[in-house]
Design a protein around this ligand. Structure first.
Ligand code: CDP
Ligand code: MG
Length: 138
């Protein structure tokens, strides 16, 4: 089964949106294969978002994601990597379609509520950053 990595960013738990987000993922037909709540350090985010280290928004992204606990998920299903990206909607919540998670539940480009891997390579890399194999069910 194809797997992807999803992170509910820090305002998700604060705003009580974990159930809503998991519900949308499950209703679509994807399976939750791994789940954990964690506070992230800047060092973890440097690895996670290594492609963005030099971007002007990186400091505010780090401040946002480290401002409270996040929820990590391994999600499985057919073509789940592109499917969850569609479910999430565009990076900028103002451009994200209504009906998508970001379109319905977020308004700020940095505070866009949710992350999902963008490729098979990044899905494998990001899952390995946060989960050991025995924390994922098949
Ligand atoms: O999360 P996604 O893959 O849709 O977007 P990205 O281009 O990989 O950017 C990673 C994250 O950086 C986004 O989800 C935003 O939280 C943040 N970002 C930002 O604050 N301002 C931008 N101009 C682009 C991204
Ligand atoms: Mg990305």
């Amino acid at each position: 089964m194809e797997k992807t990595f999803v992170m509910l960013k820090s305002d998700g738990l604060k705003r009580g949106l974990l159930g809503e987000v998991i519900s949308r993922i499950e209703k679509k037909g994807y399976k939750v294969l791994g789940l954990k709540i964690q506070r992230l350090t800047k060092e973890q985010l440097d690895k996670h978002y290594y492609e963005h280290l030099e971007r002007p928004y990186f400091p505010s992204l780090v401040e946002y994601v480290t401002s409270g606990p996040v929820v990590h998920m391994v999600i499985g299903g057919d073509n789940v990597i592109s499917g969850i990206r569609k479910l999430n909607g565009a990076t900028d919540p103002e451009k994200a379609e209504m009906g998508s998670i970001r379109g319905d539940l977020a308004i700020n480009m940095t505070k866009n509520l949710i992350h999902a891997s963008d490729s098979l390579e990044n899905a494998e890399r990001e899952i390995a950053l946060y989960f050991s194999p025995d924390e994922i069910v098949e």
